[in-house]
Structures are given as C-alpha cells and as structure tokens.
Write a protein that binds this ligand. Structure first.
Ligand SMILES: *Cc1c(COP(=O)(O)O)cnc(C)c1O
Length: 369
C-alpha cells in the first residue's frame, strides 16, 4: 500500500482555511473595478508598515522588482559594486548586473548558509555602493554586524533580500525593517504569498521611499511628469487583496512554521542528521527546511518513491552559473560550492502535521544510514 503524498508547500489547505475571506476580498475588487492602484494597494502597504514597523512599504510587481527598484533608488549602475552572496536565487545578483553594476560574491557560513559577515569587509573597495545580504531559508543574517560594517565604510546602504523571510525576526525586530531597504516577495510559495506575482520594498527613509514610489510608476512624480527613469512595477490590486485576506492567519502561520521547524530540528538532531542551523537571537520563518546530505540524488529518489517531495535550494552557486561565472572564480567561495552539493529541502508549510514530520524524518534516517 502506498502512503499518501505529502505536499511540499500546501496552498490548497491554506485556501480552504481562508476561502470566505479570500473570495470576499477578490469580489470587492471585481465590484469596484480599480484593478491598478486600487484602494487595496495602499491598505496592504499600511498593514505591512504596521506589521514590520517600517515607516514605508511600497508594494511592487515581484520580489525581483523590489530589488531592482531599491537599487535604482540608490542610483546604482555602471562601475558600481554590490556585495552579496552567491548562494541564493538568481534574482539577487541578476538585478545588480541588469543595472550594469557588479555583484561581488562573499562566501557563506557553513551552518546557516547565510553570508559570512567576517568576510565582507575585505571585499569593500572604493567602488562598493551597497551590501545585499539574503535572509536565506527565512533566517535573517547578522544585520547588526552588517549595518556596523556599512556604517564604518561611509554609511553604505544595506539591502536585505528578504524574499524568503517576511515574518521572521531578529533581536525582536522584524525582517524587512533591519536596514536601509528590505525587499520581499509574495510569490505563491513564499511565507506570505499571493496568487501570482507580487513584492514589496520597505524603508525608513522618506526620500528613498519617494524615489521608490516614483520608480514604480515610470519615474512619475505627478501624472505625466517623469522626473526620473522608472519602470512599470506596480502590484495588481487583486494580488494585494489576496495578501490582505491571507494576513488574517499569517501570525498563526508564522508560529506554526516556527513550531514545525523546531520539531524537525529536535527530531533530526536525535537521528543524527545534519541540518541548517538557526541562531538563538532570531526566529526563522522557515521558508525552506533544509538538511545537509551526502548522497543527495539517491535520497531524493527514495523519498519521492515514498510520496515525499524534496527540492534543492540551490544546486549551483551563482558564480558557477554561465551568466555570472565571469564575475568571480568559483573557488572564491569554497563553502558555497561545497554546500550547493549537499543541501536538500524537505516539505515545509504551516499545515504540516507532527505525524507527517515523523514519517519524513524516519524514512530519511532509514535511507541515510
Ligand atoms: C523568490 C526570491 C526572489 C525573487 O522573488 P520573485 O517574487 O519571484 O521575483 C529574490 N530573492 C530570493 C532570495 C528569492 O527567494
């Protein structure tokens, strides 16, 4: 008898739990018909400002656009360098390159997989214009230390790629409100997802917030007054409506993710299976639950056969990808190179049950011994 499939991310049960709220919110948009920049856009921004504590939230078309808009607001371009990690989704470095700037890759910590803060300072040059840490798997980097380094070097702006960490906290403060900019994504499978593409930029700086708002609408300071070069980067009203509905149980989901992450931690530690570590002064939102394995492909196959899907975040560091390989030799970041060969993510979502976690971890232990 084959066991039932465990979803990797469970958007169906989340929808079932929130169906009336989501339908009501979507219907309200269909009735008022303001599909672009309707009232739900600002309503969501105000809610997210309150949630994160950031002074400004500027919603935009995706997490990728959030990164692009924040880099554009800082006037980053040709000849500039931005310090970041190679162990991330492509969008992080991609937006830097798109603007003609150069991503400078710094290696990662072997246990958290986040940027190794101790290696940042050596990579700062007279061309460095920003530091862009990624809150990988939903856990924030050591932002106090990164901000201190940035302050020591002429107040460099710090952009948190918080695409995976909305809802996470760091020393009692929320991800997205820890540096010059926080950029998140509402891609459906992220901790706070919509039903398509969406994202947001957060900042406490009034002038930068204004720049972001203008860039989002083709650089307009007023209708048909184009004060700067921008783009079409708005988030749809309908997607904002979906996120507003999802906010109703988001805090519960954040707590559940933390409980599930901790249960995975305790169970795997008991079984002697190596995993990504969390620092005690911050709560991950566990966008991914990731373990370290030797024979990854074999394990993935066996788990798949037993109805347990897995994924690899990420199989190749960006400095080994064709598009970025010329920017930095792969051996500049040996930890990232090694980590990419052994990471594997397990099913992770707020509706995952304790018995499912036991099923997953027991099988994993059986296969890996
Ligand atoms: C998902 C993701 C992005 C891009 O977000 P989109 O909304 O898909 O454009 C950027 N950076 C990281 C680390 C991500 O995980």
């Amino acid at each position: 008898m084959s066991e039932p499939l465990i979803p990797f991310v469970d958007l169906k049960s989340q929808y079932q739990a929130l169906k009336p709220q989501i339908q009501q919110r979507i219907n309200a948009v269909l009735e008022h018909g303001q599909y672009i920049m309707g009232p739900e856009v600002r309503e969501l921004e105000v809610r997210l400002e309150a949630y994160t504590g950031a002074r400004h939230c500027i919603t935009c078309a995706s997490g990728t656009e959030a990164l692009l808009i924040s880099l554009m607001a800082l006037n980053i371009g040709s000849g500039d360098e931005v310090i970041t990690t190679p162990f991330t989704f492509a969008a992080t470095a991609e937006m830097i390159v798109l603007l003609g700037a150069k991503p400078v890759f710094v290696d990662i910590e072997p246990d958290t997989c986040n940027i190794d803060v101790a290696l940042i300072e050596a990579k700062i040059t007279s061309r460095t214009r920003a530091i862009m840490p990624v809150s990988l798997y939903g856990q924030v980097s050591d932002m106090d230390q990164i901000n201190a380094i940035a302050a020591r070097h002429g107040n460099l702006p710090v952009i948190e790629d918080a695409a995976q960490s909305f809802g996470a906290n760091y020393k009692g403060r929320k991800s997205c409100n820890l540096s010059t900019f926080g950029c998140t994504s509402f891609f459906p499978s992220k901790p706070l997802g919509c039903y398509g593409d969406g994202g947001a930029v957060f900042t406490n700086d009034d002038a930068l917030a204004q720049a972001c708002r203008e860039i989002r609408v083709h650089g307009q300071s007023k209708r048909y007054v184009h004060s700067r070069v921008g783009l079409g980067g708005r988030m749809d009203t309908l997607q904002c409506a979906v996120v507003l509905a999802k906010l109703e149980r988001f805090e519960w989901e954040v707590q559940k993710r933390l409980e599930i992450g901790n249960l995975y931690n305790d169970t795997l530690d008991g079984l002697g299976i190596s995993r990504v570590q969390q620092r005690p002064d911050r709560n991950s939102v566990f966008a991914q639950y990731t373990v370290f394995l030797k024979k990854r492909e074999t394990v993935q196959k066996s788990l798949k056969a037993a109805g347990i899907p897995t994924a690899v975040h990420y199989p190749t560091p960006l400095n080994e990808q064709l598009a970025y390989a010329h920017l930095c030799c792969p051996d500049c970041t040996p930890v990232a190179a090694k980590t990419a060969k052994c990471v594997m993510s397990l099913p992770m979502h707020p509706d995952l049950s304790a018995s499912e976690i036991i099923r997953i971890t027991s099988l994993l232990a059986e296969i890996t011994v």
